[in-house]
Design a protein around this ligand. Structure first.
Ligand code: B3K
Ligand code: ZN
Length: 876
């Protein structure tokens, strides 16, 4: 296990490093069980760290130490101390060269951190603290060094890659080959990468705005070579976009991307050598859905954008993770919004934030965007750091405007290029470039929890004054009981009775951004001839919950008339939420369930509207997910949520049958596949209609699904039809469809993952027995995170019904899997346990059951630091 006694690390204890590493020269001799690593480091006392020469302490985990030499002289074992997690070496000169030889076992590395093997290919993952599993090193982001890397490998690994530019290659006397890479930019160890394998590549080039030619290469196994085009196109778009929007160019002569099958997350931004989970880079129309195409575009963009926001300017310590992640998510979201439908991208991001991040903010692991402490940093790659962090950057953008934000980002990159800095430095650059004071705004970095804005209003017909009062509060979180007021930019419009935006100032602006800074504030709008209806938090201008007592009529009005497309969607969600809440109450009270006629009428008119983006229509037609309803409940009543949502879904489907059919037929086409925003939008609405049509198990509708399944020429249509058959079709039909799908695609890893996920997340199909059967399937692999996420994660996170089975069997299953996985891959285990950590939010026996199951994980024996942190904090 990685950490014997997990200890807590605090931001307040940060100290600059004692020693700096000017250059890092690495030499690898690759062998599956015994790779030899030789490291030569030019080390220098850090002048900022004070006087004296303390021992040099290096991080090192699961390494076999072979030798230590200083300035060419071998140090005897008595001349250094091996620590449980590293090495301590006495120092007698302020500058010296340290040479360490050690051995590692890539084949035995199932944690997928450090150097490991994936399908016979060597690859690395060093962020956050994986480099210490490769060699002894000051493995912290504020130690930045110039790296040179030589890889020696047998000929069966013809492709040998590392960061930077290739400077030498050749053969060794014993018939192996070597390649040497040199990275001219200083970087922390977490950005180091190495890849070796029998890989094919697609190649392209890009000419930067200043006229430099950059070679672009995507590497993958030969069988996937036809699935790289979309990623390549996305990369070139991202490179252009960063030049146009941020004035940032790529800086090396070559940019490489490698696809690997075993990967703990989506991708990694190693300098010049991005490593991607195959699922986040490989796509073809026949094998990938529209959402995969869009995900690839956004992740390729995200990793590329890190070249500046993360690599050229990096984090001082891991508490500052959101400095690079929040900013880069904001950058990739804007990139995707520019490439596709802005409103739909915003809706998708906000849905995720509201469902998963809000739940995190309300749960036992709640932490600020810049956490104050952690046991295991891997547990803090969270929606709070990423998505809420991006919202914080977006608010800065809203407060400063596009031009002001650009001035701030220019100053930030210029001031800190080549440095490891803090969130404070980011905000300071924004302030300095714009001469503004963001003192109170900084609380977004230090206070956890989701703020709530209670909005009330009053209109005085006699004076024409409209007063809007906003009260803010923020619930207590585990380590912060009291919160100070946040600085919230509240974008707002006022609608007149005719549905038009009213002018809000002399200049005729119809939208203002109110600066909420106090606990309670009133804003007055003069000269109004009628009581307006407020459209609040347009575009979701802050990551908060807004409470305003809208009635059904007002929400219907906003759905029809709001000029802010995001708020039109939001009104549809509020309306659905109100209805679903009523249904839950009625269910609990044994009353018969009924869907309000207005809701049905509203959905009908959305479905009939021809002027809205079809993707937006699809989003507006979708009822809030069970997970969203759970997050919004004071106490989760899983049974009532399932009953209410199912009833509403079925009732809508029956009432709208003819409209759904018409819409489906209108959009069904056999034009060739393109992942363009317009075509994706049409497919999303068409398939939303198909799914609704099938929920009532109507034979005609299922016939349409079968036809679509048989005739589809792209995976979006094929998977949607298969989903409809599996979820609503007869068992025999579903079984046959699943089998024929598998027979056709069994050689394609990404499609098989989709096939697994479709079953494990199905309320009807994904019973616990079936999930266990899937785990016995030859294509399932416990050591492959994608398979684990598809089968076990699909069950725990996307199969609300089966996971919440009243007998607690779903929870027990997760506990059992988590305990087993912890021995192989602690990061994955610590993620998978999360669904059973929210027991406090559940009503009655289900919550107690969940708690007991969580306790059983704690009592199961020695846990990794990763799992220990999540479980112990959740049991408090
Ligand atoms: N920076 C990596 C995430 C690394 C996660 C380490 N546990 C990918 C990204 O956010 O771009
Ligand atoms: Zn990132």
């Amino acid at each position: 296990m990685k950490d014997a006694q997990p200890t807590t690390i605090y931001l307040k204890d940060y100290r600059v490093p004692d020693y700096l590493v000017d250059s890092t020269d690495l030499h690898f001799e690759l062998q599956p069980k015994a790779t030899l690593v030789k490291s030569r480091l030019k080390i220098r006392r850090n002048p900022e760290a004070g006087a004296g020469l303390p021992p040099l302490v290096l991080d090192g985990v699961e390494l076999e130490l072979l030798s230590v030499a200083i300035d060419g002289k071998l140090v005897p074992a008595s001349g250094y101390e091996e620590l449980p997690q590293g090495l301590s070496i006495p120092v007698d000169a302020p500058e010296f060269e340290l040479e360490i030889h050690n051995r590692i076992n890539p084949e035995g590395n199932t944690s997928l951190e450090g150097l490991y093997l994936s399908n016979g290919m060597y690859c690395t993952q060093c962020e956050a603290e994986g480099f210490r599993k490769i060699t002894y090193y000051p493995d912290r982001p504020d130690v930045m060094s110039r790296f040179t890397t030589t890889i020696v490998a047998p000929r069966q690994y013809p492709v040998l890659l590392s960061n930077g530019n290739e400077i030498a290659r050749g053969n060794t006397e014993d018939g192996r080959q070597f390649v040497t890479w040199e990275d001219p930019f200083v970087k922390p160890s977490y950005l180091f990468a190495l890849v070796a394998g029998d890989l094919q590549k697609v190649e392209d080039s890009y000419t930067t705005a200043s006229g430099r030619e950059v070679k672009l290469q995507i590497f993958t196994e030969a069988k996937n070579i036809g699935k790289c085009d979309h990623a390549m196109r996305s990369l070139k778009k991202a490179m252009r976009w960063d030049e146009e929007v941020y004035g940032l160019e790529y800086d090396l002569d070559i940019f490489m991307v490698v696809a690997v099958d075993h990967f703990n997350m989506g991708a990694m931004e190693n300098k010049g050598l991005n490593i991607f989970n195959s699922a986040c880079v490989l796509a073809s129309p026949e094998t990938a859905t529209d959402s995969t195409f869009q995900r690839i575009e956004s992740i390729v963009g995200h990793e590329y954008f890190h070249n500046w926001s993360g690599n050229r300017v990096t984090c001082r310590d891991w508490f500052q993770l959101s400095l690079k992640e929040g900013f880069t998510v904001f950058r990739d979201a804007e990139f995707s919004a520019d490439m596709n439908s802005r409103a739909v991208k915003r809706i998708e991001d906000v849905s995720l934030l509201r469902t998963v991040q809000f739940a995190e903010d309300a749960g036992p692991m709640a932490h600020p965007v810049r956490p104050d402490s952690y046991m295991e940093i891997s547990n803090f790659y969270t929606l709070t750091v990423y998505e809420k962090g991006a919202e914080v950057v977006r608010m800065v953008h809203t407060l400063l405007g596009g031009e002001g934000f650009r001035k701030g980002s220019d100053l930030y990159f210029e001031r800190h290029d080549g440095c490891a800095v803090t969130c404070e430095d980011f905000i300071k650059a924004m302030e300095d470039a714009n001469e503004v004071d963001l003192a109170q705004f900084r609380r977004w970095y230090s206070q956890a929890g989701t703020p709530v804005l209670e909005v009330t209003d009053a209109y005085d017909a006699a004076s024409g004054n409209y007063a809007l009062t906003v009260r803010q509060s923020c619930p207590a979180t585990p380590e912060q009981k009291e919160k100070l007021p946040f600085h919230v930019p509240l974008a707002l419009g006022l609608l007149g009775a005719d549905g038009r935006d009213l002018p809000l100032d002399a200049a005729g602006n119809t939208q203002v951004v109110l600066q909420i800074t106090e606990q309670e504030q009133t804003f007055n709008f003069a000269g109004l001839t009628e009581k307006p209806l407020p459209s609040l938090l347009r575009g979701f201008s802050a990551p908060v919950k807004v409470r305003y007592d809208y009635n059904t009529e007002q929400l219907l009005f906003l759905m029809r008339s709001d000029t802010d497309e995001f708020n039109r969607w939001d009104a549809s969600q509020r309306l659905a939420f109100m209805a679903l809440e009523q249904l839950q109450n009625d269910f609990r009270n044994g009353k018969s369930l009924q869907l309000p006629a207005e809701l049905v009428a509203a959905y009908r008119s959305i479905l009939r509207s021809q002027d809205l983006d079809p993707a937006l229509v699809a989003e507006m037609l979708a009822l809030p997910s069970e997970q969203t309803l759970a997050e919004q409940s004071e106490k989760i009543d899983a049974e009532a949520i399932m009953a209410a949502r199912r009833f509403a879904r079925d009732a809508l489907a029956s009432a709208l049958k003819e409209d759904l059919r018409t819409c489906y037929r209108r959009l069904h086409s056999d034009k060739p596949y393109s992942p363009s925003a317009a075509d994706i939008a049409e497919r999303s609405l068409k398939n939303a209609c198909l799914s609704y049509l099938c929920v009532t198990e109507d034979a005609d509708a299922l016939g349409m699904a079968r036809e679509q399944f048989e005739q589809a020429t792209n995976m979006t249509d094929s998977a949607a039809a298969l989903g409809a058959l599996v979820n609503y079709g007869e068992a025999a039909t579903a079984e046959a469809a699943l089998q024929s799908f598998y027979d056709r695609w069994q050689q394609d890893t990404q499609v098989v993952e989709l096939w697994f996920g479709l079953q494990s997340s199905s309320a009807k199909w994904g019973t616990l027995d079936r999930v266990r059967t899937l785990m016995q399937h030859p294509a399932f692999e416990q050591k492959n995170p994608n398979k684990v996420r598809a089968v076990i994660g699909g069950f725990a996170n996307r199969n609300f019904t089966q996971f919440h089975s009243a007998d607690g069997s779903g929870f027990e299953f997760i506990a059992e899997q988590v305990i087993a996985l912890d021995k192989l891959n602690p990061q994955i285990a610590a993620r998978l346990v999360i669904p059973i950590t929210r027991w406090k939010k559940y009503r009655g026996a289900l919550g107690e059951n969940m708690r007991d199951t969580l306790q059983s994980v704690m009592d199961s024996g020695k846990l990794s630091a990763d799992l220990f942190e999540v479980v112990s904090k959740s049991l408090i």
